[in-house]
Structure formats: structure tokens, C-alpha cells
Design a protein around this ligand. Structure first.
Ligand code: 2HA
Ligand code: ZN
Length: 271
């Protein structure tokens, strides 16, 4: 059996959590990541018959039965992931229609997966229906996106258009836009279901006055999505109080669509 700390998925996860902390997106125990793993990849590093503990999930997700995930732990600090991955991360397999998680590795201090596990797993289900290659769900608290939810209209089309107008590349990186949830109580199945519903039409879902969810095919892509949206929000927060003299027009956005072979969300641009 190979050392799991050398597995590419583990190395990438540790680097990503460390980088997210360095970006200031994950103060204290803020943020969480789940990465779906292939059974064939896991079995190179772990005896998949050796279940350490069973942890009830509190929801059902039959679509994820038998699926493996590497997940950040509840109450754990991204800052510490690189120093003690086996305490701060865990590998689980969902069973019993998603009602149970079998712990195969990690959470060595007796801990368990993130309190946002419902939002993560329900988002995986929603994204896999749209994109079978989706593997990652990522949540964090980037300051400018959060700030924007205090001063900007939360209408999804308006919020998206503002972000698109802040950097030329935004519409190319997230042509489907960002969806927005109003403030809701975090850590619940309700916010999980609401997030998953929003994930059907976009890979980015803003949680007003809290943070953002991103989804993608790998950790890099998902990080990059959030990074791009957060950069746009940063520019917005720098200029929102100043007179707007220039912007990126819808006509220019259409030229970007042609140049990069993307299609902006239906109805979000003027013809
Ligand atoms: O505690 O970010 O939303 C981690 C969180 C909860
Ligand atoms: Zn959070």
C-alpha cells in the first residue's frame, strides 16, 4: 500500500487549502472543501474494507452511494491542514443511500467532516447531473464578495453583470454567471438544498453576508473560479463609491463570446 500523503489528490488538497488560507479566504475554521475520489485511486493507498468509524450524515443522497470523498473536518483550520493532514482531513465513503459515511482515513482526533457536508454532497449531486466530470465543491469567505453582498442588489442578473463588467475575463471564466442566495442559517440541510438548487444553473453560488460556493472538475479550476469572481468583487469595492466613467459594454461582451467561443447566460446581455 502506498503512503496516502503522497497521493496526488492529497498533495493537491493540502496545497489548495494552504493557498486559500494564504489568500485570506479562510479565517479560523472558515471554509470547507470536498473532493470526489475514484475508488481505483483510493485503493492504491487505503484498504477500502477497513472502516474505522461510521458517521451518520443526516440526509439521503442515493446518487452518491458508494462514492468516496476527501473532505475537510468540522471546526478545523485551513491554516493547519499542511501540518496535520490526518487530523484536519478525512476520506469517507457514503453508504446506505448516503445516510452513512464510512471513515477510511483521517479525523484522527475523533472529529468528523465539515458542518457544511449537506451543502457539499447535495451540490455534488446537482453538479454531476449537469457535468459528469465535476469532482470538487469548495466553500470560503472571500472579503470582497462578502462586502459586495452588503452594498449591491442581490438580484442574480444584476450581481452577475456587475462582476462581468469588472474584469474582461470574467464572462469567459464564468459565462453562466453567479447565483445568489439570501442570508440563511448555515450548516443545515435547508441551505444545502437551496445551494444545490442554485448549482443546477451555475458553478458559483454566493451566500449573502457569508461567503461563496464553487464547483468544478478539479481543485485548480474551482479555486480559479472563486479567485476570478473575488478579483472582480475587489475591483467593484474599489470603484463603487466613485463616479463610473467607463465600463465593459454588452457589445464588447458579445465580442468576447465570439473570440472565446463561450455563450453568456441566456437573457443576461442586451442583444
Ligand atoms: O465553519 O465556513 O460555513 C466553516 C464554515 C461554515
Ligand atoms: Zn462558511
Amino acid at each position: 500500500m502506498k503512503d496516502i500523503l503522497t497521493a496526488p489528490f492529497m498533495v493537491e488538497m493540502i496545497r489548495t487549502a494552504t493557498n486559500m488560507y494564504a489568500h485570506g479566504w479562510d479565517e479560523r475554521n472558515g471554509g470547507n472543501i470536498s473532493l470526489m475520489l475514484e475508488e481505483s485511486g483510493v485503493s492504491e493507498y487505503l484498504d477500502t474494507q477497513n472502516v474505522l468509524r461510521k458517521i451518520p450524515t443526516g440526509f439521503t443522497a442515493p446518487e452518491l452511494d458508494g462514492k468516496y470523498f476527501l473532505v475537510t473536518g468540522t471546526g478545523k483550520y485551513f491554516k493547519n491542514v499542511q501540518y496535520a493532514p490526518d487530523v484536519n482531513l478525512g476520506v469517507v465513503r457514503l453508504t446506505e443511500q448516503g445516510r452513512q459515511a464510512e471513515l477510511l482515513w483521517g479525523y484522527t482526533d475523533g472529529g468528523q467532516f465539515t458542518s457544511e457536508f449537506p451543502a457539499h454532497m447535495m451540490s455534488h449531486v446537482a453538479r454531476l447531473k449537469v457535468d459528469p466530470k465535476n469532482r470538487v465543491v469548495m466553500h470560503c469567505h472571500p472579503a470582497n464578495l462578502l462586502a459586495m453582498t452588503y452594498v449591491h442588489d442581490l438580484d442574480e442578473k444584476k450581481f452577475t453583470r456587475t462582476l462581468w463588467q469588472m474584469c474582461t475575463e470574467c464572462i469567459v471564466v464564468f459565462p453562466e454567471g453567479v447565483n445568489v442566495l439570501p442570508w440563511m442559517l448555515c450548516g443545515t440541510n435547508e441551505i444545502g438544498e437551496a445551494t444545490a438548487e442554485k448549482m443546477r444553473t451555475a458553478r458559483l453560488v454566493v451566500w449573502s453576508q457569508h461567503g461563496i460556493y464553487g464547483a468544478g472538475k478539479d481543485l485548480d479550476e474551482t479555486f480559479g473560479l472563486i479567485e476570478t469572481a473575488e478579483k472582480a468583487a475587489e475591483i467593484y469595492m474599489k470603484i463603487a463609491h466613485l463616479p463610473l466613467v467607463n465600463t465593459i459594454t454588452d457589445e464588447q461582451m458579445h465580442r468576447l463570446e465570439k473570440r472565446f467561443g463561450i455563450k453568456a447566460r441566456e437573457g443576461y446581455l442586451e442583444e
